[in-house]
Design a protein around this ligand. Structure first.
Ligand code: FAD
Length: 342
């Protein structure tokens, strides 16, 4: 039986695991490692330190299906809708510039529930706090080293972390890349942002009507959303949560500063926008060094095969585009390479 390691329990990794299981059933052993303490990656949902508020999506906010993707990825959308993971987004999004007939969807249990759905469907062996540091070719296998703990060998490895983190790996990856592949990976550009979640006590009432708002006239804040309203789940006894994203220029300017130093600046700007905002009971700040892909690998191939045997393939939004459908496209491309190889 082939043993496949998928590095990254974000959307691309979870989709790769799920599609591979459906395709090859019990002919393959699927192992997923992630350096984080939970699944989701950039589709992360943060629980408040005290359980009297709603959780908050610190990364991806909602899923937008263009008419073309609604058709070509219909099976993914219908699976998530029928299992209740996705629901149509009906709330008011102020300042949203959406011209075509795209449809927006939200996740009643938070964005990480999309990732969790595919991971659970995959039946993969899932290991958190497994930080891959190096890959070494050993005959027909890959020896994969991690930060703490012993290395393991696999017949095939799929890397789904952001490209700069792939390029940081020790071992044979750097030497195996062709000049063109290296140039293409070096050319991938990500935006950077900070995200802040504010958790409020039960019975907090906001004076504004919108669920989410895009802000254009502030140097720091570009997006604010009431997560509990977004999910349409005003569970009694739970206070609302609010999420703030900073603009890309602000993120870039302060990228090397500690999030603890930046949080007060973001809160100050938020209070200029929403002066009546009540006092939160807790606050969480996240720095997204690799937020959304601004420049992807040319022609969006979905994957990049670094070596055929033993297989080493990269996937993720850098090889397509930075949203739900981009990750689906990438996972489908990775699957076709895995199928041909295994
Ligand atoms: C602020 C923000 C807002 C966004 N808004 C939207 C939106 O509204 N709608 C939308 O569709 N998309 C949105 N996106 C984009 C979307 O979140 C991403 O395209 C998608 O989540 C990428 O998934 P991925 O699996 O390719 O990568 P990731 O989610 O980054 O997953 C990679 C995983 O690899 C792990 N990892 C990294 N290095 C290692 C290592 N060395 N060893 C082990 N594990 C490792 C990471 O912990 C991570 O879990 C947003 C993203 C951000 C950050």
């Amino acid at each position: 039986m082939s043993r496949v390691l998928i590095v990254g329990a974000g959307l691309t990794g979870s989709l790769c695991a799920c599609l591979l299981r459906r395709e090859l059933q019990n002919k393959v052993q699927i192992v997923v490692w992630d350096k984080a303490r939970g699944s989701g990656g950039r589709m992360s949902t943060s629980r408040p330190p005290n359980p009297s508020s709603h959780s908050a999506d610190l990364g991806a906010q909602y899923i937008t299906a263009t008419p073309a993707y609604a058709q070509s990825h219909h099976s993914f959308y219908s699976e998530l809708l029928s299992s209740g993971v996705l629901q149509p987004f009906h709330g008011l999004i102020e300042g949203l510039r959406q011209k075509d007939d795209s449809k927006n969807y939200m996740t009643p249990l938070g964005m990480c529930s999309v990732v969790k759905h595919f991971l659970s469907e995959s039946g993969a062996e899932l290991f958190f706090e497994h930080h891959v540091t190096g890959l070494y070719r050993r005959g027909a296998s890959w020896e994969v080293q991690r930060k703490a703990g012993s290395s393991e060998t696999f017949d095939a490895v799929v890397l789904t972390m952001p490209v700069p983190q792939i390029l940081q790996l020790q071992g044979d990856v750097g030497q195996l890349l062709s000049v063109q592949q290296r140039q293409q990976l070096d050319g991938v550009v990500y935006s950077s942002r900070f995200a802040v979640a504010l958790f409020f006590p039960p019975d907090t009432v906001f004076s504004f009507p919108w669920v989410a708002r895009y802000v254009t006239d502030n140097p720091c804040v570009c997006y604010v959303a009431v997560d509990s309203r977004k999910r349409n789940t005003d569970a009694p006894g739970l206070g609302p949560s609010l999420v703030v994203h900073t603009s890309v220029p602000f993120g870039l300017e302060h990228l090397e500063r500690d999030k603890e130093d930046i949080q007060p600046i973001i809160l100050q700007e938020l209070h200029k926008l929403l002066p009546d905002l009540p006092q939160p009971i807790s606050i969480k700040c996240q720095k997204w060094r690799y937020s959304q892909v601004l420049t992807s690998v040319p022609d969006c191939p979905g994957q990049m095969t670094i070596l055929d045997r033993p297989l080493l393939v990269c996937g993720g939004d850098a090889f397509s585009h930075s949203n739900f459908d981009g990750c689906v496209e990438s996972a489908l491309s990775v699957l076709s390479v895995l199928k041909a190889s295994l």
